[in-house]
Design a protein around this ligand. Structure first.
Ligand SMILES: Cc1cc2nc3c(=O)[nH]c(=O)nc-3n(C[C@H](O)[C@H](O)[C@H](O)COP(=O)(O)OP(=O)(O)OC[C@H]3O[C@@H](n4cnc5c(N)ncnc54)[C@H](O)[C@@H]3O)c2cc1C
Length: 300
């Protein structure tokens, strides 16, 4: 950055001495190897956080947007792969996902505004690790895993972690500073797999979720199987709602089952009071959303 750019740059950027926008993954991972780079994708979380002083840039700013192979949505055989830099707009417009994982498209529909969706990446949403991250509950019900890559021993090393084990607290994941999230992968859902997503807010698409709920299940002869339910903003990390799942698994999807699932939601959701909502309100919303998604699947 020259002296004029430095003068015009937002204050937080003054800490940056190097900027790199590589096209090749090897180059990016080598630059990250000592853990002294800040990864930039869409910047829709990073910029507000650095500008507010919540976090600081490291000496190198590494823009990952141009790296070949980190974008795109592919469904080959039994596997679906979404590159980390894929934007929320690309997910929203994806005919592939609309056909095989519409719950992701539904979450993308309700995500921020057009401008934010065009910049925001799915990888950034996961790495930011907000309990309110909207792409997380739908990916949890798809039982997705994340691919993490780093440079070690003169080569790219990758590991795969189930998304459910990725988050360890608000803003915290098991990803190491020298690792890049390269992709999200999940098995192609069965043909009778249905998914639904709900998030709160008077203007849902521009609201950070007060509570979100995603449901995924196979529906056959009026019964649910392979049931997966995930919730956001009801605990320090997004979670799988195992009590709700148990109340639904193998059961006929009737009013009694819906009532049992709604009651079980109180076992899974352990919300807190904060500036955006009280614990009581979150507990109430989560029960409403569980009921809504189930009634939606029942066709009521
Ligand atoms: C006005 C506004 C509205 C918003 N509305 C919503 C909403 O409705 N729902 C919602 O969930 N979020 C919302 N957000 C938050 C934000 O847009 C999302 O979390 C977005 O997906 C972040 O992606 P990004 O590419 O912008 O990430 P960045 O800001 O570039 O990065 C986020 C974090 O992840 C790291 N990172 C990014 N990509 C990788 C990677 N591949 N590997 C390793 N580390 C990485 C960065 O270093 C940084 O720490 C909103 C933000 C704004 C400003």
């Amino acid at each position: 950055m020259n002296s004029i750019e430095r003068h015009l740059a937002p204050a937080g950027l003054n800490q940056v001495t190097d900027y790199l926008a590589p096209r090749c993954l090897d180059e990016a991972l080598q630059a990250m190897a000592d853990g002294a780079a800040t990864v930039l994708c869409g910047g829709t979380d990073l910029a507000p956080q650095t500008e507010s002083g919540m976090r600081q840039y490291k000496a190198m700013l590494l823009n990952i947007r141009r790296i070949e192979g980190l974008g795109g949505i592919e469904a080959t055989g039994e596997k679906v792969r979404i590159g980390a830099v894929t934007t929320i707009s690309e997910i929203r417009r994806s005919p592939v996902l609309a056909e095989i994982a519409p719950v992701l498209v539904e979450a993308a529909e309700r995500f921020a505004s057009e401008q934010i969706r065009n910049a925001a990446s799915v990888g950034g949403n996961l790495c930011n690790a907000s309990p309110a991250g909207d792409m997380i509950p739908p990916l949890l019900v798809l039982e997705a895993s994340v691919e993490l890559a780093c440079w070690q021993g003169g080569a790219v090393q990758t590991r795969r972690i189930p998304l459910e084990r990725f988050f360890v607290g608000p803003g915290k994941t098991v990803k190491l500073p020298q690792e890049l999230l390269t992709a999200i992968v999940f098995d192609r859902p069965a043909a009778d797999f249905v998914g639904r997503f709900r998030k709160s807010g008077p203007r849902p698409a521009l609201e950070i979720s007060t509570v979100s709920v995603a449901l995924g299940a196979r529906v056959s002869d009026g019964r649910l199987s392979d049931v997966r339910v995930a919730m956001g903003s009801v605990a320090p990390t997004p979670l799988r709602a195992r009590h709700v799942e148990a109340a639904l698994e193998g059961k006929p999807l009737d009013a009694a089952t819906v009532a049992a699932a709604v009651a079980a939601a109180a076992e899974d959701a352990k919300p807190i009071d904060d500036v955006r909502a009280s614990a009581w309100y979150r507990g109430h919303l989560v029960r409403v959303f569980v009921e809504e998604v189930l009634n939606d699947v029942r066709g009521n």
